[in-house]
Every structure is written in structure tokens, then in C-alpha cells.
Design a protein around this ligand. Structure first.
Ligand SMILES: Nc1ncnc2c1ncn2[C@@H]1O[C@H](COP(=O)(O)OP(=O)(O)OP(=O)(O)O)[C@@H](O)[C@H]1O
Ligand SMILES: [Mg+2]
Length: 470
């Protein structure tokens, strides 16, 4: 049945909304002027109260000079207008961190909200397909808040009802270009709310020098570089196994050497040992002095060394059986980190079938049984495909440095990692700009974090090796 509406159909009426087929002239109800005035007055009052409630600080800033002028004369009002900016400038110059934390980032966030996000929100949402234009009305996701950190804008949005995170993560390109950022990362704040991270600058753009040798002997987590948010990148090696994947020149060496550097004091006092397998002879051979006779380069030696590690591990497991379930490093039972550079040379590209089987079996045994008895494996490889590294899933922690193909990102970091912003295939192949940069997933969050490993130069490595032999 047709619903009967008040009013009559207007003939020959020109409409400004082209998608409205029929225009009805509304029924006119005459109201007394006083009622209209009351309604307007009420709206004004509600608007003022809402403004004061939502923006108390901004309202106070705008109102105080006026109030001062009214009660104490214009000199006071003008004095305030001049003194406050002067005071803020002095604060900024003298104590920049506290100024930025309490005032600077908030002011910037407000400016970015008004100038970038509000201004471009409607067109970007409609054109990217995240908002809808239905019957002349816009249905748009809502910007809840913008906060600024030293390197990025974090925009909290409320999705439209019925939208999925995937709808947004599929459109990170639209969002990044729409709001003039280099990239955009999407993460879930809570049900229905997303955090969009738009970097303003790249804090990892310049190479990091090698970390200082830690003062205390510890088996980790080891500080191997810096996270994008400026926090130290702590890599856990004791109680896990780590796989580093990256194309040639991606900087796998810097992750390996930064880890060894962080373990150096523990190696000095005998709480940790690094066993090095270097089939390419281009990486770990530099610091041979550090490893003593626990260094192997030829496939046969590598197989022997791995089997020796397995033997010690099993002997330790026999001793621990029924007595303890986790490992605490001691001089008698140190933490053993087996470092394998270019592991694919041993597991996939090895022509000797027998050696290949022995190496794969030893690696699989170490990675499945070593964690609780103080054996860890840190392996690096170029190609993360299953055919090349069939035990890839035995490594709980993985690091994706620069990769050649977008599909490889999810192979390393798990399904959906690239959608969540791990653009390892977009990292620059120029060493100064991209070597050592990668993405990791921390235990605490499913969202990948961008990190850069510190660069341990050849002279750093030689100094380390000299220190140990001395
Ligand atoms: N963290 C870093 N910061 C800056 N530059 C780096 C970093 N790591 C490596 N580099 C530069 O990149 C070059 C290649 O690094 P590296 O040898 O570690 O790569 P790789 O991933 O081991 O490559 P390959 O698979 O060919 O051995 C180095 O010679 C160095 O100049
Ligand atoms: Mg290498």
C-alpha cells in the first residue's frame, strides 16, 4: 500500500538533488513566532553548553582575555594575549620534551584534524568506497579522535555498522594518498573502532650505528635496533627460535651481529655460547675468533656441528627430565644459540642427499625440543617458500626484512600480516635507506611493527672478536 504523505505533489518543480525522482511540497503548518524564537534560543543554548563541554580548554583560551578585559580593563586582556604565546615559546625552547608532551602534540593533532582529516574526510571516504552516498545523504565513518606522536598521526575512527576491518585494510593505499601520507596502517582499537596510523616522517630513515655492548651479562631479550615509535627493539632469543627472512642485501647480517653483540657479556662470563654455521663464508667468518671451534662452514662440518648440538641438548634433556621444565642459564648449562646464515644452502640447495637429511633432521630436532633446555636457533634465509624451508613453522618468531614479492610477507609473518601494514616488499633496496629495516610481530599484539636493526660494521665485529680473544 502507498503511504499517504501530507502535502501535494509539486508540478514543474526544479530539484537540486538529481536522484530524487518526485518532489513533494511539504505541508505548511503555521506556528507562532514566539515558538520559533524559543526553539532557536534553546538550540543556541544547547550548542554553547555542548561547545564548553566538548572543548573546555579551547573555550577557556578564547574566553579568558574577554573576561579579563571586561572585569579589569583592556591592559590585562592584551597582556594575556601577548604573554601566553611568549611563555609557550619559552617553554618550547627550554624544555622541549615536556612542552611537546603536554601542549605541542595536542596542538598539532588539533591542526591535523581540522586541516587534513576533516577537510578531506568526505571525498576520501566516498571515493575509496568506505562511505556511501544514498538518496542525497552521506553515510560516513566518523573520526573520533586524532592524536600525534613524534612521527605519526593516529586517527581513531568509528566504522559504519556492518563494515569489516578488511574493508579498510584493502584500502590503505586510498587512505594514505587521500590524506597525503606515505603509508597507512590499520589496527583494531575495539569492536567497531579502528586506529589508522599515518606516518608523517620516517624515524628509521637513517642507519643506526651498532648498539653499545650491554653492561650486564644477560641472555636477552637483546636490544638489536629501534622500533618505529622510537622504543628499543628487543629481540627474544632465549626460549624461542628466530627466523630472519630477507632478499639479498636486506641486512640479515645486521640482525645476526646485533644479537651476538647483545649476548657478548653473557658469552664472556660463560652464560651463553654462540655456535656459528656459515655455509656462505661471507658473514660469520668475520668474527671467527668469537666462536672458537664452534664454527662450521662446509656442509659436512655444519652437519657435524648441528649433531653435536643435538647430542648436548638431549643429554641436558635427560638430566632435566622430571626435575625442571625450563632453563636458567648457568656456567655448566649455558644458553646455546645456534646461528645459521643462509640456512637454505644446507636444507634446500644441498646436492648431497645424505647430508641434507642429516642437517634437516638436526635442525628440526633443535627447533622442536631445544627451547625448554636452553637451545635456540637463529636462522637467516633469502627465500621463505615452503619448498626451500619446510621447517619454517617450527620458528615461533619471524622477522621479515625486505622481500621481493608481496606474497612472501604472509609466508613469513603469517596470514594477513601484509594487509595489516607489513609492507616488506616496499622497503627500499638502497642499503642506506632500507637495509636492516623489517617488520616483526610482537607477542603482545597481532599488528606488525616496523623496526630497523643496528648496523654492526666490519670494524665493530673485529673489535668484538679481538675483545674475546684478548
Ligand atoms: N642495519 C643496517 N643499516 C644500514 N645498512 C645496512 C644494515 N645492514 C646492512 N646494511 C648494508 O647492506 C649491505 C648488505 O647487508 P647484509 O650483508 O647484512 O645483507 P644480507 O641480507 O646478509 O644479504 P645476503 O643475503 O646477500 O648475504 C651491507 O654491506 C651494508 O652496507
Ligand atoms: Mg648475508
Amino acid at each position: 500500500m502507498f503511504k499517504k504523505l501530507p502535502g501535494d505533489e509539486a508540478q514543474h518543480l526544479v530539484s537540486t538533488t538529481p536522484d530524487t525522482a518526485v518532489v513533494f511540497r511539504p505541508a505548511v503548518v503555521r506556528t507562532p513566532a514566539i515558538l520559533t524564537l524559543l526553539i532557536f534560543g534553546w538550540r543556541l543554548l544547547a550548542g554553547v553548553v555542548r561547545l564548553l563541554w566538548r572543548h573546555p580548554i579551547a573555550s577557556a583560551v578564547a574566553l579568558t582575555p574577554g573576561v579579563l578585559t571586561y572585569f579589569y580593563g583592556w591592559r590585562w586582556g592584551l597582556g594575556l594575549v601577548v604573554l601566553v604565546p611568549l611563555g609557550l615559546t619559552a617553554w618550547c625552547l627550554l624544555a622541549r620534551p615536556s612542552f611537546l608532551r603536554l601542549v605541542g602534540w595536542r596542538l598539532l593533532a588539533w591542526w591535523r584534524l581540522v586541516w587534513v582529516y576533516r577537510r578531506h574526510w568526505q571525498p576520501v571516504m566516498i571515493i575509496s568506497g568506505l562511505g556511501r552516498h544514498l538518496r542525497g545523504r552521506d553515510y560516513l565513518p566518523r573520526v573520533v579522535r586524532v592524536t600525534c606522536t613524534s612521527w605519526a598521526d593516529v586517527v581513531t575512527v568509528r566504522m559504519l555498522t556492518g563494515q569489516a576491518v578488511k574493508d579498510w585494510s584493502d584500502r590503505t593505499d586510498h587512505l594514505a594518498h587521500g590524506f597525503g601520507a606515505r603509508s597507512c596502517r590499520v589496527s583494531v582499537a575495539r569492536s567497531g573502532r579502528l586506529l589508522l596510523v599515518f606516518p608523517r616522517r620516517d624515524p628509521l630513515a637513517t642507519p643506526l650505528p651498532a648498539m653499545p655492548v650491554p653492561a650486564e651479562a644477560s641472555v636477552g631479550p637483546v636490544e638489536v635496533g629501534k622500533c618505529e615509535d622510537g622504543k628499543p627493539w628487543l629481540l627474544k632469543v632465549h626460549g624461542t627460535h628466530v627466523l630472519v627472512a630477507g632478499a639479498t642485501g636486506a641486512g640479515k647480517g645486521s640482525v645476526i651481529w646485533s644479537t651476538i653483540l647483545g649476548l657478548l657479556p653473557a658469552m664472556h662470563v660463560g652464560l651463553a655460547q654462540v655456535w656459528a654455521l656459515d655455509p656462505k663464508r661471507m658473514e660469520l667468518s668475520y668474527g671467527r675468533g668469537l666462536f672458537g671451534d664452534r664454527y662450521a662452514a662446509s656442509p659436512a662440518d655444519c652437519a657435524g656441528l648441528l649433531e653435536a648440538a643435538v647430542q648436548i641438548m638431549q643429554e641436558r634433556a635427560d638430566r632435566y627430565a622430571g626435575l625442571q621444565r625450563s632453563h636458567t642459564p648457568t656456567v655448566d648449562d649455558p644458553f646455546v644459540l645456534v646461528v645459521v646464515d643462509e640456512v637454505a644452502f644446507l636444507t634446500a640447495y644441498q646436492s648431497d642427499k645424505g647430508l641434507k637429511l642429516r642437517i634437516c633432521a638436526a635442525l628440526a630436532t633443535l627447533t622442536t625440543q631445544g627451547r625448554a633446555v636452553g637451545f635456540g636457533v637463529l636462522a637467516a634465509l633469502q627465500d621463505p617458500r615452503k619448498e626451500v624451508m619446510n621447517i619454517r613453522n617450527l620458528f615461533p618468531d619471524k622477522i621479515a626484512l625486505r622481500l621481493d614479492e608481496s606474497e612472501q610477507v604472509d609466508m613469513v609473518l603469517g596470514d594477513g600480516a601484509r594487509d595489516r601494514g607489513a609492507l616488506a616488499d616496499h622497503i627500499s633496496p638502497i642499503p642506506e635507506q632500507g637495509a636492516g629495516i623489517g617488520y616483526v610481530r610482537l607477542e603482545t599484539s597481532p599488528d606488525p611493527i616496523r623496526v630497523r636493526a643496528a648496523y654492526v660494521s666490519d670494524s665493530d665485529i673485529r673489535a668484538m672478536a679481538l675483545g674475546v680473544t684478548a
